[in-house]
Design a protein around this ligand. Structure first.
Ligand code: FAD
Length: 331
């Protein structure tokens, strides 16, 4: 085998029958090299680094996303596959990401995990109209919030907690995610934040961020009333678990920003990782693995490394078996 380093896959190579038989790579100085192969596996890590593709598939505010990953995954695998006639997977608009401090905060990659708001599922998230827009408690550790926030006006949201959550009191049913320390670090990194002793004061102060004071009050009063009645399932946007409300002052709010670690959608593949054309037929010689192989997740998350390690291994084995059947064919 041979590793061609410091080079990007530029395009796929096809034989006279349309089967994929290698790729053309391009180095930083523009040198192009043809690599002949009996099978090709696309594994460029998704398209989260490509704002044009994000705007097309995720939505109009996608350029507000923090790219919380390696920035080099710019959709080269997806684009090469589409050029070769591949179809896309389901779930092109959803992605895995986390709730991060809003600008002007600009934490360096080494600080990302320490300022991530993993406990949003215990808190309340609203948009600039002051409305809740999804059931925050569906996240185990914040994995669903970013896909929802990015669909809100200006891709903005606001994370609200009371003092019980902030101090990590062991409220019945709380998630295992600590809140206070990451909240403080996010604020220290530059996120706009406010602390007030009453909800009307907090709502009033949020007006300076162009957030509807009336909307904030209506949402929080309805939420607290639902908690007093025993839960949030009957709210217009139901809260089916961990409905703690904002009951213990002081109350804190932080402006937050969605981020993307990898895209859920990508190249359409079958269970063996074979890339499918737009009619659902396998394209001979072409596989995809990792985040390039789309559709494993809809809006949940069970790990990113597992995509590479488990499905990548299976796909690699299938591609190797296929290549062995062609051993006598010239490349
Ligand atoms: C801060 C952070 C924390 C994380 N924590 C976890 C965790 O705890 N558990 C977990 O399971 N996952 C975690 N992940 C996610 C996990 O790292 C990724 O989901 C996983 O690495 C994706 O694997 P992949 O092989 O699809 O892509 P990657 O590992 O991203 O590899 C793709 C590679 O392809 C290269 N590439 C791109 N374009 C081209 C091209 N044209 N030609 C050649 N090469 C190209 C890229 O530079 C990159 O090196 C985390 C990610 C981040 C950023």
């Amino acid at each position: 085998g041979r590793i061609v380093a410091e080079s990007a896959v530029d395009e796929l190579r096809r034989d006279a029958h349309g089967a994929i038989r290698g790729a053309v790579t391009r180095s930083a100085d523009g040198h192009r090299r043809t690599v002949r192969a009996r099978a090709v596996i696309l594994a460029t890590g998704g398209f989260q680094g490509n704002h044009e593709l994000l705007a097309r598939f995720v939505g109009r505010f996608a350029d507000r996303l923090l790219i919380r990953s390696n920035p080099c995954s710019v959709g080269d695998g997806l684009l090469a596959a589409l050029t070769a006639g591949a179809g896309t997977s389901p779930n092109m608009s959803t992605f895995y990401g986390h709730t991060m401090p809003a600008v002007p905060a600009d934490p360096p990659p080494a600080a990302w995990t320490s300022v991530t708001q993993y406990a949003t599922g215990d808190a309340i998230i609203i948009n600039e109209r002051g409305e809740r827009f999804f059931d925050e408690s569906r996240s185990l550790a914040d994995e669903l919030a970013s896909s929802e926030i990015i669909q809100q006006p200006n891709g903005r949201a606001f994370l609200l907690v009371d003092d019980r959550l902030y101090r990590d009191e062991p409220l019945p049913g709380r998630s295992t995610q600590p809140l206070g320390a990451n909240f403080d670090r996010a604020v220290a990194s530059g996120a706009p934040a406010l602390t007030r002793d009453s909800l009307p004061d907090l709502a009033e102060a949020m007006g300076r961020w162009n957030v509807s004071t009336v909307g904030v009050m209506a949402t929080l009063e309805a939420f607290n009333e639902a908690v007093a009645r025993g839960g949030g399932a009957s709210l217009p946007v139901p809260r089916r678990a961990r409905a703690f409300g904002l009951l213990g002052p002081p109350f804190r709010v932080m402006a937050v920003r969605p981020s993307i670690t990898f895209t859920n959608g990508g190249v359409g593949v079958d269970v063996e990782g074979r890339v499918q054309d737009r009619g659902g037929r396998p394209i001979p010689g072409l596989w995809a693995a990792g985040a390039d192989a789309g559709g494993t997740y809809r809006d949940g998350y069970m790990g990113g490394l597992v995509l590479g390690l488990v499905q990548g291994r299976e796909t690699g084995s299938a591609a190797a078996r296929y290549a062995r059947t062609l051993n006598r064919q010239p490349l």
